[in-house]
Design a protein around this ligand. Structure first.
Ligand code: PLP
Length: 357
């Protein structure tokens, strides 16, 4: 039987890439692979996305692992360097750096570079997480160029705080902050991640940065992936390893928090928070078994979860169970665990097996 396995559908990935191109036909695609390709295995995803113009990661070790695996496209580190020593390695490996702070400029000034690095300046257009204020960009740009260590055509990049909420007033305010700079900028410009790709075409500019939508997750609040023709790339599956008769009133699992309201059959599935299934998934979270949805009951353990198969169930040990995928959207599970699809996907644990189809 198949235990705790993430089945990765590379055709769905190619389909979702085509959806990105449909929404942003003129933009180049910086496919976001950080956090192990949102838990999908970054190297395999990079190989399957050979049409992507470049890849984005958050950490130097992510970038270096892609290079070791033979990935040749440009790679952008979205938060740039963390230490001055990162910069020569990045330049040598063709890894581009976002510059968001005076501290990063000082790192570049202090270090010997084997060759110039391709740079992007991060603009804080209103999210107030990373970046320079629009009024600070010209001086910062001049100082970057003055180091003699950056390739010409520095890029300009910004990020939305609320693009997942259609009509949120901050979306237009951020565009209004960014546009005066972006419209006269000499180098490449990028503002849109998945949600803005789907909902803010005026923010597409030269490069779009899809992450979640490539993996078939829905980046828009209150919507479904299928509303945007996105298909789930990961199917997280495991198997029933035990089926038990349960009497009315008897509890199941740690803390005895759930009790059967009728005589029923309880299924034990070999997956738990040690695999990345969320411990906070509440009773009633759907799992897909034998062509139907059944509710999670009791607490999620490290290696197992329990489901109520119902009194008349005909399921057998070894039957496949889908935790999320085409039949249970990862967003539904996320909702039942008070989190978001992003977190569930990138929390897939080391011991989970991968299959690529
Ligand atoms: C993670 C990230 C993205 C991708 O975001 P999605 O919502 O997954 O599309 C794009 N840009 C930046 C700066 C990011 O950190």
């Amino acid at each position: 039987m198949k235990v705790a396995t993430a089945v990765i559908d590379t055709q769905a990935l190619a389909h979702n890439f085509a959806v990105v191109k449909r929404f942003a036909p003129k933009a180049q695609v910086l496919a976001v692979l950080k956090a192990n390709g949102y838990g999908h295995n970054q190297v395999e995803i990079a190989k399957a996305l050979s049409q992507a113009d470049a890849f984005a990661v958050a950490r130097l070790n992510e970038a270096l692992a892609l290079r070791s695996a033979g990935i040749t496209q440009p790679i952008v580190m979205l938060e740039g360097c963390f230490n001055a020593d990162d910069l020569p390695v990045m330049a040598a490996q063709g890894v581009q750096a976002v510059f968001h702070s005076p501290a990063q400029l000082q790192m570049l000034q202090s270090v010997l570079m084997p060759k110039p690095i391709t740079a992007w300046i991060k603009v804080d257009s209103g999210m107030h997480r990373l970046g320079l204020l629009p009024a600070e960009v010209a001086d910062y740009h001049a100082a970057l160029i003055a180091t003699g260590k950056v390739a010409d055509k520095v890029g300009l990049v910004s990020h939305f705080a609320c693009a997942d909420e259609k009509g949120h007033p901050l979306n237009q305010q951020q565009i209004d902050q960014f546009l005066p700079l972006a419209s006269h900028w000499q180098g490449p410009v990028s503002m849109a991640a998945s949600a803005a790709i789907l909902s803010l075409p005026e923010a597409h500019f030269d490069w779009v940065r899809p992450g979640l939508m490539l993996y078939g997750g829905c980046p828009m609040a209150g919507a479904k992936a299928s509303d945007y023709d996105l298909k789930p790339v990961m199917r997280l599956v495991s198997s029933l390893i035990a089926i038990k008769r349960q009497k009315t009133g008897e509890p199941v699992g740690y803390g005895a928090t759930w009790r059967a309201e009728q005589d029923t059959l309880i299924g034990v599935v070999a997956i738990g928070y040690g695999d990345g299934y969320p411990r906070h998934a509440r009773p009633g979270t759907p799992l897909f078994v034998g062509g139907r949805r059944v509710p999670l009951v009791g607490r999620v353990s490290m290696d197992m979860v329990t489901v109520d198969l119902g009194p008349d169930a005909t399921d057998a040990i070894g039957d496949a169970v889908e935790l999320w995928g085409p039949n249970v959207a990862v967003e539904e599970v996320a909702e039942c665990a008070s989190t978001i699809a992003y977190e569930l996907l990138c929390n897939i644990a080391q011991r989970v097996r991968y299959e690529f189809t």
